[in-house]
Design a protein around this ligand. Structure first.
Ligand code: TPP
Ligand code: MG
Length: 580
């Protein structure tokens, strides 16, 4: 009988599932597994982060970008509880992550030992699998079960490991199920697909809404929108699936959103909602619209809008089937009006790219990012006004990837996501885009980028404010309170951490800094000082003469510098009159 160290046997299970790096910070309760990671260091990279939350957010980002299970650990007590934010991010964006937690030795457990936490209840809510290992022999088995559960339920699997078990010798057995693991797609029933056809025929103002469930489905989406002549809107997590230049891609709905998308959804008489759980449907979708929902998870049907027809099955296949079976629609006023509304919107955005005043607008910064971005670059955006800017202004090619903390929307996901992107895709160019609030939450991990020599371009948008929340305080007419931020020179600070640092206060400095970033083979931090101006609140546009007085409209236009952007209704009416 051959034997093996239980910790090493467990790490080999991780390897069998293709885990090639794991984030964490060691601690006394994790020493046996650290030793196992040392022995397996040629197969799996240990990535030392400077805060466990960064490790957990990075593991979640790995999973979002690759579809593969992300891995992270934390030592008993504080190391473990530091993981919580990243694990919730994985849970809420539905991606597989395995988290290993240190625990005091089995012989000390339940003696109220130093750093001993009852970890299972703490991690119960965030996880789809949550066990404390009970014997050294079961350690590899439990981790295999955990990873299977993480994949099967697209969620977080937590394994708590009493430190002594990792030091034991156990009988060698290959317990991994990685090589036989199977997933499948649920295909839609043809009857359900056929039931959708009359809706498509009768609709006058149809909109396709896609979520991350239609990832890699651009071919199907493009064919569908062009065949049925309808515009398409995406959830934020689906940014990048449809290239931003597509003539029918109206952008995003809600507050982190675009004008053409919100307007189309408010006016639509049919919404085909595919592979999404977009949470704000009841606010932004026309409540009267007919609604067809396509999803592989029946629990999501009807959650966001009354549903006339539910199609249980894969989104891409459903779109393909509809094109095969349905009648082509011809270009109509709705189709053309949405394209025109979109062109106006894009023209309006680009009108701010050139300097007209001394302060630097985000549009000018994104112009630089788009200029130096490689065809397959990866972008990770933090949470705040920067998310609004990224979804509006990143001009993605279709080969590029974008992610953020979509549902949990935790600040501080940018720098960790950048680390994950570069480790998972070392050959691809990586950007992180953060506000000054989000960046300061995790900026210590620029040190991680430095110590692993990860060339990541980190852009900080410094408006000296929790801008996104300041806008909310404005909306509710309360005092601005607790939202202004200390001014810091992040370029200089990060240079002191070992990165290439730039702090930009004038337009002329922008281009050289981005040129240098494009060439650098080291982590770069570009801190750009921007005015504390609120992005156009497309969730509450005061532009429609049917709803607002002329004075209200003028005041709104002046405040947000709106020009040459009639509302969709006006454009549509104009196209209708041309058709007659
Ligand atoms: C961890 C966390 N804390 C608080 C919030 C609430 N919140 C959402 S956006 C935001 C402000 C973000 O500020 P900053 O990073 O400077 O970006 P800005 O909006 O100024 O561009 C806050 C506090 C959050 N989403 N996550
Ligand atoms: Mg800010």
């Amino acid at each position: 009988m051959s034997t093996i160290n239980a910790g090493i046997a467990m790490v080999k299970v991780l390897e069998s599932w293709g885990v090639d790096h794991i984030y964490g910070i060691p601690g006394g309760s994790f020493n046996s597994i650290m030793d196992a990671l040392y022995h397996e260091k040629d197969q799996i990279d240990y990535i030392q982060v400077r805060h466990e939350e960064v490790g957990a957010l990075a593991a979640a980002a790995d999973a979002k970008l690759t579809g593969k299970v992300g891995a992270v650990f934390g030592s008993a007590g504080p190391g473990a509880t530091h993981l919580i934010n990243g694990l919730y991010d994985a849970q809420m964006d539905h991606v597989p992550v395995v988290a290993l937690l240190g625990q005091v030795a089995s012989t000390s457990m339940n003696y109220t030992a130093f750093q001993e936490l009852n970890e299972n209840p703490i991690f119960a809510d965030v996880s789809v699998y949550n066990r404390t290992v009970m014997t050294p022999e079961s350690l590899p088995y439990v981790v295999d079960e955990a990873i299977k559960a993480a994949y099967a339920h697209q969620g977080v699997a937590v394994v708590t490991i009493p430190v002594d078990f990792g030091f034991e010798e156990i009988e060698w057995q290959d317990v991994s199920n990685a090589s036989t693991y199977k997933t499948g797609v649920i295909l839609p029933e043809m009857e359900d697909v056929k039931a959708a056809l009359p809706y498509l025929e009768q609709a006058q103002k149809p909109v396709l809404f896609i979520g991350q469930g239609v990832r890699h489905g651009y071919d199907q989406i493009k064919k569908f929108t062009e065949y049925f002549k309808m515009p398409v809107v995406a959830s934020v997590l689906a940014k990048g699936i449809v290239p931003d230049e597509d003539k029918n891609f109206l952008g995003f709905a809600g507050r982190v959103a675009t004008k053409p998308a919100n307007e189309a959804l408010a006016e639509a008489d049919l919404i085909l909602f595919v592979g999404s759980d977009f949470p704000f449907g009841r606010t932004f979708f026309n409540p009267e619209a007919a609604f067809i929902q396509v999803d592989i998870d029946a629990a999501k049907f009807g959650r966001r809008h009354h549903t006339d027809l539910a199609i249980l099955g894969d989104g891409k296949t459903t779109l393909e089937n509809l094109v095969e079976l349905g009648k082509e629609r011809s270009e109509d006023a709705w189709y053309l009006a949405n394209q025109e509304n979109l062109r106006n919107w894009r023209r309006w955005l680009t009108s701010f790219e050139e300097p007209t005043e001394q302060s630097i607008r985000p549009e000018a910064i994104y112009k630089e990012i788009n200029r130096i971005a490689e065809r397959d670059a990866i972008f990770v955006t933090d949470v705040g006004n920067t998310t609004i800017h990224s979804i509006r202004l990143l001009n993605m090619t279709g080969e590029q990837l974008h992610t953020t903390s979509g549902w949990f929307a935790t600040m501080g996901n940018g720098v960790p996501g950048g680390i994950a992107a570069k480790l998972s895709f070392p050959e691809r160019q990586v950007f992180t885009l953060s506000g000054d609030g989000g960046f300061a939450m995790v900026m210590q991990d620029i040190l991680t980028q430095v110590s692993y020599q990860l060339p990541i371009i980190n852009v900080v948008f410094s408006n000296y404010s929790f801008g996104f929340i300041e806008a909310e305080q404005e909306d509710t007419e309360q005092q601005k309170f607790g939202v202004s931020l200390e001014q810091a020179d992040f370029g200089k600070a990060c240079e002191a951490l070992g990165a290439d640092g730039f702090t930009i206060t004038h337009y002329e400095q922008l281009r050289p800094a981005f040129d240098a970033a494009a060439k650098s083979d080291r982590p770069v931090v570009i801190d750009v000082k921007i005015p504390n101006k609120r992005p156009l609140p497309v969730e509450d546009l005061h532009l429609d003469p049917r709803k607002y007085s002329e004075e209200e409209i003028e005041r709104f236009k002046e405040k947000y510098e709106v020009h040459d952007m009639p509302v969709l209704h006006e454009i549509y009416t104009h196209h209708l009159s041309k058709q007659l």
